[in-house]
Design a protein around this ligand. Structure first.
Ligand code: SAM
Length: 219
């Protein structure tokens, strides 16, 4: 099935997403620097960009930068006065991301904060609340990231969680993969929180079988 999923994804990307030399160069930089190719796909990046545009977000928090590919998709939609904070634990990833952000010309709107996200999050009180929070780092910490996301939200904030289907393993309550258990608790916490209107969609494509959650913080 992966062949068909990739073929359809490539068809959709070719048909719908304008070719972008900068974003292609970013992915090449990531590969050259030895980063894993676990960034969002181009059509997912465009979805993030659309969410920023539709919501009129001006303050964005991203947890999990890698090489800044998803960061650039979102940052490009920000007004000049907008701000995106992205948290990355790995020094090398953060270094490559900063280079890529400069290449994309969005370094003035984006701050990469290096270090474990849980340590960085407590210092963001002055910048919060955020309009969009994209959670895409270590999945065992997703429940903790959700608590911070709620803390730093306002009515209308969108909280997006990536990689929540994990090739279907998310349905297994006995799965011994702590990433799966982190995602299961994340989903359960969101489903039981009356402050959130939330859905999740499973996706197939160039990145395999996975999915994302999309939640809106209620008044
Ligand atoms: N959002 C990126 C994109 O689509 O281009 C992909 C992010 S990648 C899936 C996850 C990133 O989270 C990796 O770069 C990893 O080093 C980082 N990460 C893992 N654990 C972390 C932690 N505790 N705090 C901050 N970042 C972490």
């Amino acid at each position: 099935m992966q062949n068909v999923w990739s073929k359809v994804d490539q068809y959709l990307i070719d048909a719908l997403i304008p070719q972008d030399a900068v974003l292609e160069a970013v992915l090449e930089n990531n590969q050259r620097a030895g980063l894993p190719a676990i960034d969002v796909a181009a059509n997912q990046g465009q979805l993030l960009a659309l969410l920023v545009r539709i919501s009129g977000a001006t303050r964005i928090l991203e947890i999990g930068t890698l090489g800044g590919y998803s960061t650039i998709w979102m940052a490009r939609e920000l007004p000049a006065s907008g701000r995106l904070i992205t948290l990355e634990a790995d020094e090398h990833h953060a270094h490559v991301a900063r280079q890529n952000l400069r290449l994309a010309g969005v370094e003035g709107r984006v701050e990469v904060i290096e270090g474990p996200a849980l340590a960085s999050l407590s210092a963001l009180g002055e910048i919060a609340p955020f309009d969009i929070i994209f959670i895409d780092a270590d999945k065992p910490n997703n429940p903790n990231y959700l608590q911070w996301a709620l803390h730093y939200s306002h009515p209308g904030t969108l909280i997006i969680g990536d990689n929540v289907v994990r090739e279907g393993k998310v349905t297994d309550p006995d799965c011994d993969d702590e990433r799966v258990q982190g995602v299961r608790e994340f989903i359960s916490l969101m489903g039981n929180n009356p402050r959130l209107t939330v859905t999740a969609l499973q996706t197939v494509g160039v990145k395999g079988w996975d999915g994302f959650t999309l939640a809106r913080v209620n008044a």
